[in-house]
Design a protein. Sequence first.
Length: 584
Amino acid sequence: MDTAARTLSGAGRLALVAGMVLGPALSGPRQEDGATEERAAPDRWAKSPPLWLEENWDGRKLEHLLNRAAFGASQADIEKWLNHGPRAVITHLLKDRPIVDDFLNEEVKMDRKAMRDMSGEERRIATKRVRARNRDLFQSYLSWWLDEMLQGPAPLRERMMLFWHNFITSSITEVQRSHLMIQQSQLLREHALGSYADILRDALRDPALLIYLNNNSNEKGHPNENLAREVMELFSLGVGNYTEQDVLQAARALTGRGTDKDYGYRFDTRRHDFGEKTILGVEGRLDADDLVDILIAQPACARYVAGQLIEYLEGVMPDEKRVETYAELLRRHDYQMRPMLRRLFLDPEFYREEVMGARVGSPVDYLVGTCRRLQIEPPATLLAIGSSLAGQSLLDPPNVKGWDGGETWINTSSLMTRGNLAGLLLGTLADDIEYDAAGELARRRKLRAPEKRIVDEDLFVAMDQMQMEVDGTERHAGRDSRSGLDRLARLASRVGYSPRMHLTARLLRRGAEGEQAIVDMLLEDLMAIEPPMETRVLVREYLEAEAKARGIDVGKLLESGSESEYLLRDVAHLILSLPEANLG
């Protein structure tokens, strides 16, 4: 990205990255938010973090915390928690909660003995039935997980689950067994707010990871370096902190770890190399547990984990001094996450203008955050499929590096997809998806609007995660010509989804008077950032024009029954289609 793009505010950068889908960058740095004053008076940061945050605590900082440590919040949530103060909110988020509604995982497999007595056709039917049960299990788990994000009691745990899932990755496409991917996820959930060292140690016994990185073929005399390389490069140290010889020796330490015929963990002593090894300067008859101890003892390991976590939660890579501060904290607390997260959430740097409202949310962030702000609870299956359509298929990252994140989430097509997913959640899109909210706003700006087309068949036809073959064959594309979004709309209709909300009543309860107050409240409710004045003007023009077209008198918008509600939902759909709505 060029220098001009880097100097823009979050909203401006996003509009530029999105291919100018709504025209020129929306705004530059907002002086009214205090960014310029902050650079001119750095002594305001001199106070201890808890004291500074308590003295400067407000709704904007609370919302920022809930966007990053959870999945967003409604205005009612913000009003509820604001008076509790930052330390009480952070303590609540970090509270240790048992997984009381644990997902019932079950292995779905063929009965080999029964298969021997079957005819060819019976075997084919039985195999198809097992694959279907695996798909159902996978779908059920994704829905359960999205439901935990949406309304579960431990949003920070689920936020950290997403982090660890993208840090120590595996993919259902490669592993091909639902129960193994679910088992790995539950392992990560168990340790999500605990010790990274425990996660790494258990991961090296996890069947899904061992299959994903080919450790079943790692044996004495013929070491397979895949797992060893990724453990060092992506899971612990980062590039440049190990040698090729270290990778080879680490692979020898990992020999013999694999799965049995039922895909449970197995350590095969006959395949393990018990010989002398040297890894990062440590010599001995080293095995996988020794490897973990060696890795977590490296200064580079704590720096890497701290840097990755801070970048994930803040959206930008911290400077070296700050990384070292948090790395030392990790080392001092045996890599426990809670002490680091507590300090990070109390850190004034976590609330600096460069960070607040400037991170592009993932599809999961966008969808779950939208539901939380709207205070709706759609079937979690819709969110799981919608996230996949927007480019984030949970438990199926694109490669071992996971999703790149940040501005890579956004382009003209993905912006349009997100906007229309929001329309489905709002109930403003029927089975035949026709409404192009972003294009409507662009036309009102008298810019060249994108072609009026909601989905790109070529982009989405192969993204139906629900048709995944999980028992030995690759996923296949949809068998019909309908787009992914169209199929999702039909699914919403089939399950009878209708958002349980009444925007008109909400605005009336809050005392909204006049079109500008309505626009301001909707923008406040649906966006995690302060939108520029230009956006406020354009949304108000849209509201007034649509009200006139529907025969609603000026000043009577909230007194027009169902017409008011339909119009407000259309305005909400428009707002959620804006680039700014993807920042948080």
